[in-house]
Structures are given as C-alpha cells and as structure tokens.
Design a protein around this ligand. Structure first.
Ligand code: SF4
Length: 358
C-alpha cells in the first residue's frame, strides 16, 4: 500500500505518520462512492444548519441512532433554532431530554446555545477553535459541525470511525483516551478538502453498517482490498478490547413522603448523577423507617454502578417544610417534571394515572 494524495502530514512527514502505507486517494474515492449509494436515511442528514448538526451529534454521543431519531425530531420541533433553545428554561430542555440519559449533554447544549446568542449574535463560530470554545463542544463535536455544516477539512473520531480506521490500518494497540491519538492523526490525513462532511459521515456509516464490531462484512466492504485487517484476517482482533470496569453493586432506599395528593421531591444537586433533575429523597439502606410501607424495588445502572433501590412510602398528616432542594408537588404534576430515570420509575409505583407517564 502507498500514501497518495495531499493530506495532513503528506510529503516528507508522511513516512513517519501513522497514515503511512494507506492509499489515501483510493480510500476517499471508494468510501465516497459507497456513501453516495448506501448512506443511512437519517432526519439530520442533508442539513447544513450548524445548529441541527450540533444537536444531532450531541444526541448521538452515547446513544443509539434509532433512539436519537425520535428525540431529535421532537427536540428540534420545539427548539427549531439556536435562539429558541437559548430562550428556553432549563427545566423544559431537561424534560425534552428525558429518556436520552447523560443530562450533562443537555445542560451544556443549553449553555452553549446561550453563548452563541449572547456572544456570537446567534451565529455559530466558523472555525474549529471558535467551536471548541463553546461549553461542552469537544474535539469530536467541533469536527462534526466544522466538516458537515461548514465544509471545513476537520477529522472526527467516534466509535464507528475509530473501528474502521483501526482495522483499515491494522492498528492493534488498545484504543481510548491517549490511545486514540494515532487514530486522530490518520483521520486527519484521510479527510479530503472536498466533501469533508460526506467523508466523515461515510466513515461512521461504514462502521455502523459494514465494519460492525462483530462479524464485519469484509466481503462486501468497499475498502476490502485496502484494509490491513481484512487482508491479514485480523478483523476480529481489532480493535483491541479494553478491560471492562467491574460493576459496583450498591443498595439504597427511596422514601416517598406523601401528604394527600402531594409528594415530596428533591432536585439533584451539582456533582450528583442527573444534576438538575428531580427524584425522591434517598435514605441510607440501613436507616430505620417506622410507619412506612414498601412499594417495590427499582433497579438501575448508572456509569458502572448497579443500584438496587427499595421504594418506601411514608404518609404524613402534616406537610412539613421542604428541605433544601426539595418541594411538594401533586401526583398530577410529576408527569411534567424533568425526572431522573429511576425517579420516573418510582413515580410509576405510586399508582396514579398521571404519574405513569414515562
Ligand atoms: Fe472493516 Fe472488513 Fe471493511 Fe476492513 S474490509 S474496513 S475490517 S469491513
């Protein structure tokens, strides 16, 4: 294989580049031709609006494409422009995000929208450093907006394109964190000046549809004859798996304090999981709980924690003053509150029709 075409790191530096040995021109040509006939039909495809590209890319981080479809349409119907998002209350943004998880993304999206409106007159910055200056916009998101919406020659590396590049180049070292640096360098060398957005999306689509984690379809892959892993029979060994963190199992108790038709809820504070969302107060698993009845058990996973939560209900005669971050709400209001995933499931145990809106 050979280095072809002018790319980042081409010329004399190419022999020392991780992209050395790749027929860059052939990869670009074949991938773009394949993309033109096989690309996925997704609601955010075809747009060059930086705002829509940005929303889709943020949603796609750590969430499956099929799940993002519906959320993207709902979110952008309510907030069709960056100005509309910037003007929204955070509670409404979080409520629309509910079900996608990783709420930090929603908060940063909201914060960045406000920065775009306040500091950039409602227009997205048109450079990579400018985009990186927005809250929550990292290397990947900036590269996606820059290449897809602004036609800038910027690379992107996410799970799918990373796998394709690792296999294409026979990169058999662990990936993730600093281990991704060589992949970024190769991605930068591969992305063409013309159609950088289509090329980046083609890499991602190829990884999702052909170069899948298990049983990649090398026989029908447009990169088959250029791919080190396919030519050496090593596709199933690349990428090199990283050791999974063992799950940490914990127990907790949620106490639903109820006064007539109202329940006490608590907003998660800074640094807590699901910051800004509502849930029911927790008590230590060993805490004594007199005068309560057991409603059920909710299990959930968050990061590497597997949590078993016993749900208790305590009925009170008098509505006490809520503690910090707490408030009383009617059961009917729970459905419109931005709640954590376990909080929503606990609400469903309360048995009121309105609280079962999940
Ligand atoms: Fe992936 Fe196989 Fe295509 Fe190589 S030839 S990029 S391993 S699907």
């Amino acid at each position: 294989m050979r280095v072809a075409g002018k790319s980042a790191g081409a010329g004399r530096a190419a022999s020392r580049s991780p992209a050395a040995g790749i027929d860059v021109a052939a990869v670009r040509r074949r991938l773009l031709a394949w993309y033109a006939r096989a690309k996925r039909d997704l609601p955010w495809r075809g747009t060059r609006d930086p705002y829509l590209v940005w929303v889709s890319e943020v949603m796609l981080q750590q969430t499956q494409v099929e799940r993002v479809r519906e959320f993207f349409l709902r979110f952008t119907r309510r907030f069709p422009t960056v100005a509309a998002l910037a003007a929204a209350r955070e509670a409404e943004v979080l409520r629309l995000w509910e079900g996608l998880g990783y709420y930090r993304r929603a908060r940063q999206l909201h914060a960045a929208a406000r920065v775009v409106v306040a500091d950039h007159g409602g227009e997205f910055p048109r450079t990579l450093p400018g985009l990186r200056g927005l809250p929550g916009v990292g290397r990947y998101t900036a590269g996606a907006i820059a290449s897809i919406a602004l036609d800038l020659r910027a690379p992107i590396v996410e799970a799918n394109s990373r796998r394709v590049i690792a296999r294409l180049t026979g990169h058999d070292r662990p990936l993730g964190g600093a281990g991704d640096e060589p992949i970024w360098e190769i991605a930068a060398a591969l992305v063409p000046r013309a159609s950088p957005g289509a090329f980046n999306q083609a890499l991602m689509d190829l990884g999702a549809m052909v170069c899948t984690p298990d049983r990649p379809l090398c026989g029908t892959c447009p990169l088959g004859s250029l791919c080190v892993a396919a030519l050496t029979g090593g596709a199933d060994r690349i990428p090199v798996p990283t050791a999974a963190r063992p799950p940490l199992r914990t127990r907790e108790r949620a106490v639903v304090t109820r006064h007539g038709n109202r329940v006490l809820v608590e907003q998660r504070g800074p640094g807590q999981w699901w910051e800004g969302l509502w849930d029911f107060p927790r008590a230590p698993a060993a805490a004594k709980s007199a005068g309560v009845r057991r409603l059920g058990v909710v299990t959930y996973t968050v990061t590497h924690h597997k949590v078993t939560c016993s749900v208790l209900e305590r009925r009170v005669r008098r509505a006490t003053k809520p503690g910090p971050g707490q408030r009383w709400v009617t059961l009917g209001r729970l459905g419109s509150l931005a709640m954590t995933a376990p909080g929503r499931r606990i609400a469903a145990l309360l048995g009121e029709p309105d609280s079962r809106r999940i």
